[in-house]
Design a protein around this ligand. Structure first.
Ligand SMILES: Nc1nc2c(c(=O)[nH]1)N[C@H]1C(S)=C(S)[C@@H](COP(=O)(O)OP(=O)(O)OC[C@H]3O[C@@H](n4cnc5c(=O)[nH]c(N)nc54)[C@H](O)[C@@H]3O)O[C@H]1N2
Ligand SMILES: Nc1nc2c(c(=O)[nH]1)N[C@H]1C(S)=C(S)[C@@H](COP(=O)(O)OP(=O)(O)OC[C@H]3O[C@@H](n4cnc5c(=O)[nH]c(N)nc54)[C@H](O)[C@@H]3O)O[C@H]1N2
Ligand code: SF4
Ligand SMILES: [Mo]
Length: 708
């Protein structure tokens, strides 16, 4: 194991008898730099030190990041393969587990065809692993059915960026430029809790006079310090964006030269937004006319602005519309491709950016190539050494796979790095889907609610037990370092994939002996694609503190800012979005009279399977709760902390209320980091965006009942 040499100035952080390994946090897209402390005698992880010299996060970490190291040697770690016998898991050897998987996979494919197997991936893994999961499904198992948890996360952003800009790089600019920005328009991002270490950049800008506009049904910690808080009704983002654009045009804040030279559809957009007067927009969004007008003037007057959004705007049946419209706001102002200006989504998971580029998506191949494009298939088949005809066709999106499980089209699944019975919408249906399977394999290092349903659980390693790369929120490829050896008999996901592929007779396509070899193949597979990593090497990442893609040649330094001269569309022009506002899939009525929205708290991560095992984090936030406005609470006669029942057409749950003025009077909010009867996803709607197939996690209608 090689120890990365920590730079001068941080050497005083090293204690006697310990070494520091430089890496990044395993959780969110900020990928905060950290040094993990390892005791040299026992080779155990004993703590963490901030990494002050990491250019993006500069020593800052959040409560999850500073405790992440506690999961590495955690007593709950799964250390051997587990096979379910008579309803109970028993420890097994790798041989036994692989024998069983081989027999079952072959039996099922023999009886029902190749596509009876499926893969469900995730992006808390390195690029190397994410890439290999896609190849594993198509080449190792030969199935069309693969999708991944990023479907619930980044798919609407991807859809909107592809439509408007022709390419999906989550941020068009490096975030180190943000301190020079004059105005941030942020929608549906709880920045202070979900990307806490990014706040330093907004504060730096604010210290220089930058303005902050926040659109969120809740007064989040970020909304509280905003110049304008647009407290919109859930699901009305497209009306808000159209309303702002109406005013940008009316008050001539449009950068006409930029729009003329670099954008399509301006006339159509002008026509569409004509009806979105402040009054009309206010009626739909519930935001006052004064606030809408104030926001438009601040945004319109700022020389350098960045429009930012996250899952609040994206996890809707209009997610792609919302992203396209918010992006169009930035285009009207001529901001994209300029210094300290542009558009950005807050990428969610640690490798939410890289993990969506290299072929875990049902319709995608490495480098943002498409299965529907014969040239793309030919190129990737060439890299993989298969015939183009052997490449499986497009599959279906994450939630749609569950329908195919219920109707027995899909008979077996291999879940790698996700916990879908907690994180999917409408989980009562998802449980039914998993119980319909003939065979389920799950790779995880902790027993998750999904792993509990498995026939075989394979012990994966944590991020600290393997090397590789991730691509952060900015599009910067960085290195994750191996800190300690895998615990017990656990193996890295890529080794597990390789072993199963060998059993399926496809070993020759998976000849790797270390992660770097997979990365070199990924570089080649992405070469010439939109997300081109060919010029990214481990060495260059070290030299430059990361490499921004696209980096199309070995002597290319990478591309921190994109779209400086042209967009990635066919004609090089951006497509302004001409889209009307429409209702979400479900709206309140007499039976379900309130709005329900869901999301996160700073102390937990996603399905909670990691953070619910960390004592400090559980002390801070042990259970889900229902945020409710004091007026609504008094209408329902409920006290702070009192348990209430929430009901939607799909299910119900009981949780205590948290009374707060920081939410709209007609809306409830519940965080989703718990499983089973504590899961708000018993209630959420599985309605999907028609383009991105993103579920509408952020909007449904709900009934609140006082318990006796
Ligand atoms: N602490 C913590 N941090 C995380 C994560 C975590 O689980 N915990 N997960 C990571 C991941 S994978 C992701 S995807 C990101 C998510 O990061 P965010 O998207 O910032 O987080 P959410 O809490 O899902 O939603 C953000 C906000 O959207 C608002 N919202 C709800 N409905 C609407 C609406 O209709 N319109 C608008 N404009 N806003 C709405 C909510 O009130 C909420 O404040 O966070 C990453 N960081
Ligand atoms: N109601 C509601 N639901 C939501 C959302 C919402 O806002 N509201 N947000 C959605 C979003 S944005 C997301 S990203 C999804 C996330 O949903 P999930 O993917 O289900 O979330 P995780 O908790 O990250 O699940 C990862 C699992 O893999 C394990 N794991 C972590 N790293 C590794 C690894 O390297 N290898 C292996 N094999 N296992 C690993 C963890 O222990 C955990 O059990 O949830 C979605 N669900
Ligand atoms: S969870 Fe995100 S903000 Fe917190 S330490 Fe990890 S990478 Fe940084
Ligand atoms: Mo996410």
């Amino acid at each position: 194991m090689s120890q990365f040499l920590v730079k001068e100035g941080v050497k005083n952080q090293i204690r006697k008898g310990e070494k520091l390994i430089t890496t990044h946090c395993c959780y969110c897209g900020m990928q905060c730099g950290m040094h993990i402390r390892v005791d040299e005698k026992s080779n155990k992880v004993v703590g963490v030190e901030p990494r002050y010299d990491w250019v993006l996060t500069r020593g800052k970490m959040c409560p999850k990041g500073v405790t992440a190291y506690q999961t590495i040697d955690h007593p709950d770690r799964i250390k051997t393969p587990l096979i379910k016998k008579n309803g109970k898991f028993v420890e097994a050897s790798w041989e036994e587990a692989l024998d069983l998987i081989e027999r079952k996979f072959k039996e099922i494919q023999g009886a029902y065809g190749k596509d009876a197997l499926s893969v469900y991936g995730g992006v808390s893994m390195t690029n190397e692993k994410c890439y290999l999961v896609g190849k594993y499904a198509r080449v190792g198992l030969g199935t069309r059915y693969i999708d991944y948890n990023g479907r619930y996360c980044m798919s609407s952003a991807a859809g909107g960026f592809n439509k408007t800009l022709g390419m999906d790089r989550g941020s068009t600019l490096p975030w180190t430029e943000l301190e020079h920005t004059d105005c941030f328009f942020m929608s549906g991002t709880n920045t202070a809790e979900c990307h806490p270490t990014s706040i330093q950049w907004f504060w730096k800008a604010k210290d220089k006079g930058a303005k902050l506009i926040v659109a969120d049904p809740r007064e989040t910690a970020t909304a509280r310090v905003a110049d304008v808080h647009l407290d919109l009704l859930p699901g009305t983002d497209s009306a808000l964006a159209n309303g702002i654009m109406h005013l940008l045009i009316k008050h001539d804040y449009v950068d006409h030269e930029y729009v003329r030279e670099r954008c399509n559809n301006f006339a159509e957009l002008k026509e569409m937004t004509a009806k979105f007067t402040p009054e009309y927009t206010s009626k739909i969004t519930g935001v006052t006319v004064e606030k809408i007008v104030k926001a438009a003037h601040i945004f319109g007057k700022s020389p350098r602005s960045v429009v930012m959004f996250a899952r609040g705007a994206e996890q809707q049946t209009k997610g792609v519309d919302n992203v396209s419209l918010y992006t169009s706001m930035a285009l009207l102002r001529g901001q994209i491709g300029k210094f300290a200006s542009g558009v950005a989504t807050f990428t969610g998971q640690g490798n939410g950016q890289g993990g969506r580029e290299h072929g875990q998506k049902a319709d995608a191949l490495p480098g943002y190539r498409k299965i529907a494009n014969p040239k793309d298939v030919e190129y990737i088949a060439g890299v993989w050494g298969i015939q183009p005809e052997e490449m499986p066709k497009e599959g279906v999106s994450a939630y749609e796979m569950f329908d195919l499980m219920v109707n027995k089209t899909i008979r077996a699944m291999h879940v790698i790095c996700s916990n879908p019975v907690v994180s999917s919408p409408n989980i009562n249906h998802v449980y039914k889907a998993f119980k319909s399977l003939d065979f389920l394999v799950v790779n995880d290092f902790f027993m998750s609610e999904t792993a509990e349903l498995a026939d075989v659980v394979l012990p994966a390693t944590t991020w600290a037990e393997d090397e590789g790369t991730t691509t952060n929120i900015e599009g910067r490829v960085i290195r994750i370092r191996k800190v300690v050896e895998p615990l017990g008999e656990s193996k890295t996901d890529w080794e597990i994939i390789k072993l199963i592929a060998e059993r399926m007779g496809k070993g020759k396509y998976f000849p790797y002996s270390e992660a770097r070899e997979i990365f070199d193949e990924l570089r080649l597979a992405s070469k010439g694609g939109k997300a081109d990593y060919f010029g990214v090497t481990y060495e260059k990442i070290d030299e430059q503190d990361g490499v921004f893609w696209p980096a199309p040649a070995e002597d290319h330094k990478g591309t921190p800012s994109v779209f400086k001269e042209k967009f990635a569309t066919e004609d090089g022009k951006a497509n302004l979005a001409v889209i009307d506002w429409n209702d979400p899939a479900e709206v309140p009525d007499n039976k379900y009279p309130l709005w329900l929205t869901t999301g996160r708290v700073v102390f937990h991560y996603l399905s909670g399977n990691q953070t619910r095992r960390v004592g400090f984090l559980m002390e801070q936030c042990p259970e889900p709760f229902v945020e409710i406005h004091p007026e609504l609470a008094s209408e329902y006669q409920v006290q702070n902390g009192e348990k209430v029942k929430l009901i939607t057409p799909r299910g119900d749950m009981v949780a205590p209320v948290r009374i707060t003025k920081a939410i709209r009077k007609d809306t409830l909010f519940v965080p989703y980091h718990w499983g089973k009867d504590l899961s708000v996803n018993q209630l959420t709607s599985p309605a999907l965006d028609p383009i991105s197939r993103m579920p509408e996690f952020k909007v449904c209608a709900v009934k609140l009942e006082k318990l006796s």
